[in-house]
Each structure stands twice: as structure tokens, then as C-alpha cells.
Design a protein. Structure first.
Length: 195
């Protein structure tokens, strides 16, 4: 999937104008941040729908080519969807540079669950968290955090502090400095021995 999105500058503002744009198959959006003026733009609705099918796009630095304007590096900061149809109603895009610190929720991908000794003995693996909130520079933004659970024994838990994070990436919950925030991410229940 291309990381370059083409946008048109939007000259009309307000609910009525946005409604007319959506009716014409467009998605209104705003680009803001980096101490520059906010820019109202629109994207082709079909392009946005197709681009958002790839879950990695939510944690990717995108380049928006604003026709008649500049190229902006952005991340998707917020998105409003239609409550019934799930169509994208509006996008909020935050400008970033390689050094901009961002806070994002990224998916956790678990590998090796079927190979874990605790599962082979009959223990049930429970996934307590499917995402984790991280903080890092835009340059270091991972698409997902991968966890190898193939060595987990029955009765074991992996906590946020056990995650192997890419360089420069921090778990927001652990920044509080209190162990109460070090929640379990995945665990295997103890195996009952029949006797």
C-alpha cells in the first residue's frame, strides 16, 4: 500500500459543506501541528476505504501530497466513522518530523502460542491485551509489538515490563513509575492434574 496520499485543499468549512463532500464520495480531513496553520483537505472516499483495510496504516508515517500546496508527513491521530455504516466521516492528521514524539496505541502480535510447553500440557493461553500504548519518535514508530510466547510454562504470565521493545520505544503505562501499572499481557492457566 502506498504511503503517499493525495489530497485537495478544502475551501468550504462547516457541517453542511462536510455533508456535501461526503455525499460526493469525499472524506473531509484536517492536517494540524508542528506550529503551522491547520489545513482543511479532502481525500477520495474509495481511496481512504481501501487504504484503511491495511491495519498497519494506523501506525505508519504517511506523506500527504496536497495538490497546489506542499507535501506533509503525518500520522492518523483520530478518525470519526458513521455509527451505522462504519464509513469514514472525518480524519484528523497530525504533522510529524522524524524527531516528533508521538503516543500511539499499537497492536500486539503473539507468535508461537501452539508451541508453548504450558499449552502442550493442556493449559489455556489467555490474551489480556491486544494493543499497547507506546511513546516514541515518529521515526521509530513500530507497526506492531511482537511477542514470542513459545517458551511460556503453565501458570506463567508475561507483563508489560517483559515486552521486548524496539529501540527508542516506551510503554506509556510503565512511565508512571508504579508497579500497579505493570499489567499482564498474556498468561497460561495452571493445568489441573486428574487424580
Amino acid at each position: 500500500m502506498s504511503e503517499v496520499w493525495t489530497a485537495e485543499v478544502r475551501s468550504t468549512e462547516g457541517k453542511g459543506a462536510s455533508r456535501r463532500l461526503r455525499h460526493a464520495g469525499k472524506v473531509p480531513a484536517i492536517i494540524y501541528g508542528s506550529e503551522k496553520d491547520a489545513v482543511s483537505v479532502t481525500f477520495e472516499g474509495k481511496f481512504v476505504k481501501k487504504a484503511l483495510e491495511n491495519i498497519d496504516v494506523y501506525n505508519t508515517v504517511l506523506t500527504v501530497d496536497v495538490q497546489g500546496g506542499s507535501k506533509e508527513k503525518v500520522i492518523i491521530k483520530d478518525m470519526q466513522r458513521h455509527p451505522a455504516r462504519a464509513d469514514v466521516m472525518h480524519l484528523d492528521l497530525q504533522r510529524v518530523t522524524d524527531k516528533t514524539r508521538v503516543t500511539k496505541r499499537v497492536p500486539i502480535k503473539f507468535a508461537g502460542a501452539s508451541k508453548a510447553p504450558g499449552v502442550k500440557l493442556g493449559g489455556l493461553m489467555t490474551f489480556f491485551q491486544k494493543t499497547v500504548e507506546i511513546r516514541c519518535t515518529a521515526k521509530n514508530l513500530p507497526k506492531a509489538i511482537e511477542i514470542d510466547v513459545s517458551g511460556m510454562e503453565a501458570g506463567a504470565n508475561l507483563r508489560l515490563s517483559d515486552l521486548q521493545l524496539p529501540k527508542g520505544v516506551e510503554v506509556v503505562a510503565l512511565l508512571h513509575g508504579n508497579t500497579d501499572y505493570d499489567q499482564a499481557v498474556v498468561g497460561i492457566g495452571k493445568v489441573r492434574i486428574k487424580g
